[in-house]
Design a binder for this molecule. Structure first.
Ligand code: ADP
Length: 259
């Protein structure tokens, strides 16, 4: 994007030429675009749960409801409050990581045990998906920030569930090679269009189609995953075929040199 400014130069009563200033404002335009997107995503994401909390509590205040209805509305308020707090936490987490203010505590732990625990947890909340964990090595000790690594894989498993139809299988494959480990999480869900691949890990980016619009999200999860992988000298990749499914692969060193 170029901004232009021009002015005629007159000297001694005569026209001498034109002063033309061209300024590349691509960065400013891009920052503006990101700011606008951020404001609209945040306001939409905050407004939706807030208006249902408002609606349910208003109903409870105005009407004499039987206790089973009250309970139903309270559960809805509870889950919307949870959604709001997740959004705010994700947003603050990402801000902290991007500003290099996140502190990491590296400690040894068994990654395989963590993956099995995550599988257990997600199987409880989403019994309609079959989650399988497989590995050549057991146990698999790594040196990393256990809380953050749990957040990384929790996000990826959560996405695999969210973006797959009920009944879909999710495979988590853990392998070790050359002092690094790879965790591949494969789903057989809606997949990702090739045109979206380059933007997928950007803050607030969500694939925009009728499928994803029905599924809630903030577009912050994958940015957080990428920040956590980077902080561990790791990488995250994705392969996907639209309509068939996706595989997210995380590659991490087994030990941290300066931990
Ligand atoms: P969200 O909160 O929207 O899920 P993410 O940052 O986790 O945010 O993901 C960004 C976008 O990438 C999602 O909105 C979705 O369009 C796409 N995506 C992520 N994981 C998957 C997946 N396993 N299958 C299909 N699409 C995915």
């Amino acid at each position: 994007f170029i901004k232009t400014y021009s002015e005629e130069i007159h000297y001694g009563g005569k026209f001498r030429g034109i002063l033309l200033v061209l300024r590349d404002v691509t960065n400013e335009v891009e920052i503006d675009r990101i700011k606008n997107e951020l404001v609209s995503t945040i306001s939409h994401e905050l407004r939706t749960p807030l208006s249902s909390i408002y609606g349910f509590t208003e109903l409870m205040i105005q009407r004499d409801l039987p206790s089973h209805r009250q309970k139903k509305y309270l559960l809805a308020v509870h889950s919307e409050t949870e959604r709001l707090s997740l959004l705010i936490n994700d947003f603050l987490d990402l801000q902290r990581m991007e500003a290099n203010k996140q502190e990491y505590t590296f400690e040894p732990f068994d990654l395989l045990a963590m993956m099995k625990d995550l599988k257990q947890l997600h199987s409880l909340s989403s019994s309609s998906h079959q989650i399988r964990v497989s590995s050549d090595v057991s146990p698999l000790l790594i040196e990393a920030d256990a809380k953050k690594i749990r957040q990384l894989f929790g996000n990826l498993i959560n996405n695999a569930i969210k973006y797959s139809p009920a009944g879909g299988a999710i495979d988590i494959r853990v392998t070790e090679h050359n002092e690094r480990l790879q965790v591949a999480i494969t789903d057989h869900g809606i997949g990702i269009p090739a045109s979206a691949m380059s933007e997928l890990f950007q803050k607030f980016y969500r694939v925009d189609n009728s499928d994803t619009r029905k599924i809630g999200g903030t577009g912050l999860g994958l940015s957080i995953c990428r920040e956590i992988a980077r902080a561990h000298d790791g990488e995250i990749h994705v392969e996907s075929i639209e309509g068939q499914g996706s595989t997210f692969t995380v590659d991490l060193p087994l030990t941290q040199p300066d931990a």
